[in-house]
Design a protein around this ligand. Sequence first.
Ligand SMILES: [Zn+2]
Length: 684
Amino acid sequence: MKNLWNDADAQKMVADYAKKGVGRDLALRVYTTRLLGGEPRLVLHGGGNTSCKTKATDLVGDEWDVLCVKGSGWDMAVIEPQGLPAVKMDALLKARRLEKLSDEDMVALQRSNLIDPASPNPSVETLLHAFLPHKFVDHTHSTAILAIVDQEDSRALVRTVFGDKMGYVPYIKPGFDLAKVAAEVFDADPSVEGLILDKHGIFTFGDDARQAYDRMIHYVNVAEDHVAKNGKPPAAKAALPARLAKPSDIAPTLRGAVAVSRGEGRFDRMISDFRTSDAIVDFINSAKIADYAGRGVSTPDLSIRIKTGPMAVPAPDADKLGDYKAVIRSRVRAFVKDYTAYFEANDALDDVKRTMLDPMPRLTLVPGLGMFGHGRTLKDARIASDVGEMWIEAVRGAEAIGNFHPLSKADLFPLEYWSLEQAKLASNKPKPLTGQVVLITGGAGAIGAATAKLFAANGAHAVIVDLDPAKAAEAAKAAGNSSIGVGADITNPAEMRAAFDKAVAVFGGVDILVSNAGAAWEGRIGELDDATLRKSFELNFFAHQSAAQNAVRIMQEQGTGGVLLFNTSKQAINPGPKFGAYGIPKAATLFLSRQYALDYGAYGIRSNAVNADRIRSGLLTDAMIASRSGARGVSEKEYMSGNLLGQEVTAEDVAQAFLHQALAERTTADVTTVDGGNIAAALR
Ligand SMILES: [Zn+2]
């Protein structure tokens, strides 16, 4: 691993922060924390922390000795001084005299001694940093170090690899007890330059930021060199099918299998993030992959991301895809059974009240293809994949020099079910559509964009399909929540299919279709040329049918139901003069919606239509409003609010109706009217 310290960069950071009133100690603490945080082989998604002992002044001007230590929720790669809250040292040091300190009391002690009470919670490893005397302390979960400590006889190996310059700390759950034992190990030999924490990671320290950082990189290199010089070749590879299926062939089935059933056809779904590379596939193709996966996580805090470890499934044979669905479901059932047994056995050991987390895997390893990270949001799914890559690094190294032997699951349990983590999860309420994927055609138009925005605000990830890729991307950005834009001519079946493939590639599947794209052609029906009517049917009927066909194909693979929503317009009920080319295919689409409700209800797939009228959009532009209101001799405002309520109806009102239909879990074959009231167009 390369040492990235650069004097000029360090001095520049000191000078830049000095202008903002931040002292040299904290500026350099930020500098090397970012160097460590930028390297995934050291630090990943909150797994690691740093500190420095310095002085801070409170609001009344009193100066205190403080520990500035990484606050929870901050990413080390982009940390700022406020991500290293200052805690008064005196109180922290006094805590070492205590016999016992619960996790809750430890947090209370740390919070009540913050200089700024608005700071984030100081790291759970704060006391360990405080009890060591050095000015700068660095801590990482380096994959190279894990290869050494995740061995059965790790104590002897640590001695062989690092000599007596590093102290050895046996595994203890992070918190007060670990801090005390680590400090005792240091006190027994204060000449050490760092501590190796069994099954967990490494601490290094020094009198200045550079010394602590140099030592971290040095000892990580010692570990890397040991693995490189002593590594044996990897285990034999498993035989793969002659023809492998593609990731998109299995993604919806897998995504459906890991959804949590709430019973009665209701599900909490997850997003799947597919990740692959030569290194990933090479490792996952090992004949021993299921064995490795079953042994557990490489460092305990990964359990918050991937539970007790990954799930391995067999390689999918393209010629036997029909059977593969059952294989995936049986593997997920086995994972759930093991996880439930792990929870029940460990929960029974004391009287603490715990709620079992959902038992689904968060990382699936597929030989021949790569891996899928699963999470309630795309961000969580990607984090699971990131963690998977580092798990592979650590296991590969551990197996090269011995046998991967991580922390036992019994010892992992108190960390996964740490009371403070449980409280955090309980406060993290999902939104109504969290975990769901909505594909919206005509997604960059007024109604499509408003619908995407509303669905994204309610937790869904939107796939915005539009003829114009730039506008689709723009609407996706406006919708937020990691939504994506896809350019496609949806009257071309291959382009429609590609849009759904993209949804599967990015999110793992589709749960909601909003089939919204449409365009109007005018002309008296008796004189209309066939080509115009056929063109209208392509977009206003066949594109809806093609979208729905793709959606139900994916929904049936997922096996978790779904909903089709069609924009059918008032013309489907109440024709307007010279509007036949538009209204006739829309009437067919209204019945298309009912046909899907009838044919797919048994699969939990619902189908509804929204019947909207007079909305400002690409179909009813400001110029058209001016000309039509002028022709009728009314103002534009009167024209737009010419309904029973006397109010203009907006794209947001239509979006609200789609959302209602998506959320109403027992509503299918429904038509919802959004027109401010028009008796002639009212449904009977
Ligand atoms: Zn740690």
